[in-house]
Each structure stands twice: as structure tokens, then as C-alpha cells.
Design a protein around this ligand. Structure first.
Ligand code: SAH
Length: 375
């Protein structure tokens, strides 16, 4: 591979057209090439016979199709598959495929580790080492698709719920969603591509100005004093500001679509009827579906999953008050692939791993990250 070559998968349609035009070729040639690659599965540029010889030689010298290297693959007894992939900066991130009754949902990572350090999430404990490129994100989808192709299937739904905070890698995530939803590339409906955020309010507003991808909010608590302790970012963007941004985003989604509110239920922390009733009031009038996720344990988390009984009780209160509340069943926990369990291999740049190890050893439990660490 030519060392100076750029990954083909880093180009959105607009950018590929601009790339062709800048080299003196017509924009529609870019669209022809996208069809060869994404529809035809052809990466041998010389086989793209509707491009001229000259164009093919130029493209061969300029572009490559290499995917992130697969470090390990784990297959759960429930059909969930987890890939650990090595991305451009040399670290590893995790990607999880969740097949469910004809649906193939892929949970992709957007960053190496995460800056946000939500107290109940394993990814945050790894610290942070940079953003994934567009090609790193798209590469995760191509790796899953090549596995699924063996049984004549493909990824049908994408959720940005792997490692990282997608709205803190805004430009690359936006370009990746554009390719995922582009008919000339993956052609996945905007209803089936979901960006999930811990509540980066300026990012939600920027997203609203740029696209209409589906949006999930990691809420986890109905009041600031509790949310501050679970999602430290809340101290910067409290719940009322977050919900105001959500209302604006709903304008973009239009009448027929709704937001997803994620709520991880943690025993004795946010799972009592009090929180359920507060949530009912907080979300009244906001077009959303609530996803309840029983906490997935990981070593040293210091938190526990609630009993099934209290999970049901929480859900029933929401349902009785007219909210849509789905219980997310845990998948892939035998391969540590469930929500909040993704860790990859992160060379920490924030010294957070070290800090957590020290605290764990001294028995002081989990610290909160000062908000000024957050970009
Ligand atoms: N940073 C983004 C993307 C991660 S999505 C976001 O926060 O939305 C992963 C989802 O799983 C989030 O809703 C997250 O809060 C939740 N989660 C994290 N750790 C978890 C755990 N241990 N058990 C259950 N859910 C968890």
C-alpha cells in the first residue's frame, strides 16, 4: 500500500466529489466509484471499468481500502459478536454486533476511551487517547458486514453506543453518519442510525444544524444533584439545558420521530419509585421512548444491578403514566460486550487509569472527575 494514500472510507459523497473535481475530474465519477465499492464490494480499482485508465491510475496511487486490523473476535452464546480492532493511532477499540430477530444492530465506538468518566461506565475508567477517524468508524461496519455476508446478511442498525462520546468527535461522527445514511454507500435509514450522547449540549445543537440522524440521550437520573454524581458532565450542562436542546432536536426530527432516553438502573442509586415518578414528570410532553438498561457490572465498579422485581416496578410506573418504556435485555455479557463494559486497549493520556488503580488499592472507591477536564 502506498504510504501516502488516503483511506477511501474517509470520504463522504461530497468530499469524494470535491476530491475528484480538485484533480480535474467530473463529480459523477466519484459517485460511480462509490457504487463499485459500497454496492459492488469491488476494491480493485483497475476493475472499475467505467473509469478511464488515467483516472484508475490516479486513484490507485491516491487511495487505499485497508480496514482496521482485527485484534480479537469473541462470539457469545446468544449470537452477540465482539471485535477488538486496532485503529489508526495504534490503540484498540471494541465493536459489538447484536443480532435480534432479523435485525443486526452494530454498536460502534467513536473514540479511544472517553473523556467523560461517568461513574458507572467501564470505558471512562480507561482514560482517553483520541478520536477515531471516519475510516476507523466505517471500518467497524465493514468488518461486521464481511462477517454477516457469510450468511447473506448485513448490518441493519447502527448505534454510536460503543466507546467514547460521539459528540466530542463531532466532525468525524457526522461524516460517518452521512456515509451510513447515503444511498450510494450503506443506505441505512436515518431512523436506524442513532447517535448517543451523555448530554453534550452544544454538540446536540450543532447536530441539529447539520443532520437529522436519530438521537439518544444518556439521562440516568431525573434531578441534577443525582445526575451530577453519575454523569459529571451534568455539572456543565444540567438537565434543564439538556432537555431544552432535546426539544430543539425534536423539531429537526419532525412529528413522526422521537428521541430515545437511556436510563441505566443502578441498585439503590437511581432505581426507586421516587426516581420513576420524577422521571414521569420530567419527561412529560417530551416525545421520547425510554430505554431501561439494568446496570452491567464490571470489576471494581462499586455498583450493583437491581433485582428484576425493582426493574419491573420502575418500568410499570412509567408505563402506567403513559410513557413508552422498554426494558433492554442484556446481551453478550459472557464476552463483556454489554453496555458500559467496553474497554478496548487504551494507552491513557489522562492518567485516569492510574488514578483509579491507586484509589481502588487504597479502598477509597470511585472519584469524580473535575469538570474542567472535559473539553
Ligand atoms: N457516550 C455516549 C455513548 C455511550 S452509549 C453516551 O453516553 O450516550 C453507552 C450507553 O450505556 C450509555 O447510555 C451509557 O450511559 C450506558 N452505560 C454505561 N455503562 C453502563 C453499565 N455499566 N451498565 C449499563 N449501561 C451502561
Amino acid at each position: 500500500m502506498n504510504q501516502d494514500a488516503t483511506s477511501f472510507h474517509s470520504f463522504t459523497r461530497d468530499k469524494l466529489e470535491a476530491f475528484f473535481v480538485a484533480a480535474g475530474h467530473q463529480a459523477f465519477r466519484a459517485r460511480q466509484m462509490m457504487k463499485w465499492v459500497y454496492h459492488g464490494g469491488i476494491t480493485d480499482i483497475q476493475a472499475m471499468t467505467d473509469l478511464s485508465r488515467k483516472q484508475r491510475d490516479w486513484l490507485s496511487a491516491s487511495l487505499h481500502f485497508a480496514l482496521p486490523e482485527v485484534h480479537t473476535v469473541s462470539r457469545s452464546t446468544d449470537g452477540t459478536i465482539k471485535w477488538v480492532v486496532r485503529v489508526t493511532n495504534g490503540n484498540c477499540v471494541e465493536t459489538v454486533l447484536i443480532p435480534d430477530r432479523g435485525r443486526n444492530t452494530l454498536c460502534v465506538s467513536s473514540q479511544v476511551g472517553c473523556m467523560l468518566d461517568c461513574t458507572f461506565c467501564a470505558t471512562g475508567k480507561q482514560g482517553f487517547n483520541g478520536n477515531l477517524s471516519v475510516a476507523d468508524i466505517i471500518g467497524q461496519v465493514l468488518i461486521a458486514n464481511s462477517d454477516l455476508a457469510q450468511r447473506g446478511e448485513a448490518v441493519t442498525n447502527i448505534v454510536f453506543m460503543g466507546m467514547g462520546e460521539p459528540l466530542l468527535n463531532f466532525d468525524n461522527v457526522l461524516d460517518a453518519t452521512s456515509l451510513l445514511m447515503d444511498d450510494l454507500a450503506f443506505g441505512i435509514s436515518k431512523r436506524r442510525v442513532t447517535v448517543s450522547t451523555a448530554g453534550v449540549v452544544p454538540g446536540i445543537r450543532a447536530l441539529a444544524a447539520a443532520t437529522d440522524v436519530s438521537l439518544a440521550i444518556s439521562l440516568h437520573a431525573p434531578r441534577d444533584e443525582l445526575r451530577d454524581t453519575l454523569v459529571p458532565l451534568n455539572r456543565k450542562y444540567p438537565i434543564d439545558e439538556l432537555l431544552a436542546a432535546c426539544r430543539d432536536y425534536l423539531q429537526v426530527l419532525g412529528e413522526k420521530r422521537s428521541l430515545t432516553m437511556e436510563y441505566t438502573l443502578i441498585r439503590g442509586i437511581n432505581d426507586s419509585p421516587r426516581e420513576a415518578h420524577e422521571l414521569v414528570v420530567l419527561l412529560r410532553g417530551l416525545r421520547c421512548k425510554i430505554n431501561l438498561i439494568p446496570f452491567n457490572p464490571f470489576p471494581g465498579s462499586g455498583f450493583e444491578r437491581p433485582s428484576m422485581e425493582s426493574v419491573r416496578r420502575f418500568q410499570t410506573i412509567l408505563l402506567d403514566q403513559g410513557h413508552s418504556a422498554m426494558l433492554r435485555t442484556t446481551r453478550g455479557d459472557d464476552i463483556a460486550a454489554a453496555c458500559g463494559q467496553l474497554v478496548g486497549q487504551v494507552t491513557d493520556r489522562t492518567r485516569r487509569q492510574e488514578r483509579y488503580r491507586n484509589l481502588e488499592q487504597s479502598g477509597q472507591g470511585t472519584p469524580l472527575v473535575p469538570v474542567r477536564e472535559i473539553a
